[in-house]
Design a protein around this ligand. Structure first.
Ligand code: HEM
Length: 222
């Protein structure tokens, strides 16, 4: 069971993708309800993270298995960000692209909200282990998160907005570095190589799709 839970982020890509396929319109129309709900969950999880770090209660958060993986170990954020990434990689006008693009902003905002308890829970571990990859990804994402809200986006020049949001690629690279370093250095269970392989496969497929659909056609036209 423990071993399966270490794959939560990878497995959860499927239910999250199904949710945005069948409930994407609902998410898009009620985005702020989702943000407030996610914000409330993240706030409770962040307070629990800080209390647990301060040793305020003797309860081990990892005993709440799936919830622990999803909200405290960064897995839900990972599943959401994978779909945000792939929204930009599918072929123009393809069905998956239309489905994912409709809720890309919402998935990115929710991913960031759910990142906060993970960061609060593990900041001291990350910095104590001299592994700032996750922290750098978080710092890059702060301006992207703020400017993703439609009201703020509307106030920005669209060229400036686009060039700012190119930083998402740097954030993806740091997320990948984060997952690799954690599985190579920080973890010692026997399945870490499998996770290392699967995370690498996802990022490799993403790079190849971007190269195939965007970079190659542009080169052919040039
Ligand atoms: C978008 C950014 C981030 C994502 C998607 C993310 C995702 C994840 C995932 C999925 C894991 C588990 C890896 C595995 O077991 O295979 C993990 C572990 C970890 N993350 Fe993050 N993370 C992010 C940012 C951060 C930040 C900001 C920090 C620190 C402030 C951080 C600190 C850690 C640490 C220390 C671990 C190891 C936990 C352990 O082994 O107990 N992460 N992260």
């Amino acid at each position: 069971m423990e071993q399966l839970l270490s794959f939560t982020g990878l497995i959860f890509i499927i239910p999250v993708a199904l949710f945005v396929t069948f409930k994407g319109k609902h998410l898009h129309r009620n985005e702020y309800t989702y943000y407030w709900t996610a914000g409330a969950i993240a706030l409770v999880a962040t307070v629990l993270s800080l209390l647990s770090l301060a040793g305020a209660f003797g309860f081990d958060l990892s005993r709440i298995h799936l919830v622990y993986q999803l909200f405290f170990q960064g897995h839900l954020t990972f599943s959401l960000f994978v779909l945000v990434m792939f929204a930009g990689a599918f072929r123009h006008k393809s069905k998956p692209k239309i489905t994912l693009m409709r809720v890309r902003r919402e998935m990115a905002i929710l991913g960031f909200i759910f990142l906060i308890p993970h960061a609060a829970f593990l900041l001291t571990t990350a910095l104590g282990a001299w592994n700032p990859t996750g922290t750098i990804a978080l710092l890059i994402m702060i301006p992207l998160f703020i400017t993703s809200f439609p009201r703020i986006r509307k106030k920005m020049n669209s060229k400036k907005w686009r060039s700012l949001h190119k930083w998402a690629y740097a954030a993806y690279a740091f997320i990948y570095a984060h997952l690799l370093t954690i599985n190579l250095i920080a973890q010692d269970d026997e399945l870490r190589h499998v996770r290392f392989f699967l995370y690498s496969l996802i990022f490799l497929v993403y790079v190849l799709m971007k190269y195939n659909y965007y970079i190659l056609p542009e080169r052919k036209e040039a």
